[in-house]
Design a binder for this molecule. Sequence first.
Ligand SMILES: [Fe+2]
Length: 360
Amino acid sequence: MKTKTKILVSILSILGFFIFSSLLCCYFLFFHHYKGSNPVNEWSAADEFNIESIKTIEKDKNKDFVILNLADVQMCDLEDLFHASTIHSEISYLVEQTKPDLITLTGDQTWSNENLISLRLLISWLDGYKIPYAPVFGNHDYGNRKNSAVASQNYCCDLYERGRYSLFSRGPSNLGTLGNYVVNIVEDGKIFKTLYMIDSGYEEKITDQQIEWLKWNAEGIKKANNNATSEGMCFMHKPLPEYAQAYNDYLSGDVEAIGEVFVSYSLAGSLQNGFFEAAKEWGVKDIVCGHQHGNNFTLLYQDVRLTFALKTGELGGYYYDGQTNLNGATYFVLGEQTQVKNIFVSPTQFHIKDSEFNPN
Ligand SMILES: [Fe+2]
């Protein structure tokens, strides 16, 4: 073979290898479906409750306990990765400013079918803060349609469970959704607060099994807590129908607001069923949701604080009308009393793109 031909064959081989490797890489990053593990862990109300199975986080008795909530971060693997460092900087800023003891994430951490790199990246950032974190799923985390994403819900569960500082643990497999779990905040050996992390899923209601499971946990924790109901907080993605009722009652002057109230998007289409009644009966004093980026409030409704948390970051559409800017995070200062606060990020501080308002 002539030298020129040899060189040409070598170049074509290298080029071919490069194209083949790139296509293979693209396939595994953007098209392959990662199913993840699928453990069967069926729960029944007749099961014996074991307090040891609940993860705990310690509260220092000499200081308030701060929970920073990140809502609807909504990254995706294609165009949004170019903005990843800006989002990372914004989250780091929120962490530095609030110095949380725990970071909660109320769902839609990612928003498209291309979720694999985004989720891995987000988990690596969270682990980097060396602060425990507790995520729930939203209606986009594992695909625009349920389980249409590269990383399935089971695979997302696997990734969250592997997170070094993650408190996430996959709940029973027969509740309708997988991401339900409980965390106790413990102070001086006593339960200070119980956090119910609820997976509001892709459907329009929380399942009856989820409600029964919450009651079963609350009852078990009560028995382990010298027969005292533990004061609870629920973190979930979608708002309950009581949010709409509370807002109507606020407009008519019958419900008290804690801080500013901003509603730009309909509260209709919230989850339906009796979750609120059950949670209230079992000591829940705070319910925190995200999902609707154009709403932000805390309303005291039937002795329960209903909070629409601030959306975090500009990705996926955020509310900005030239005056009101709903970008930042809501955080909770837990001491003798619970304080609900917002930290806002100015429109120029971590700016990515002009607002294309996207409600959820
Ligand atoms: Fe959502």
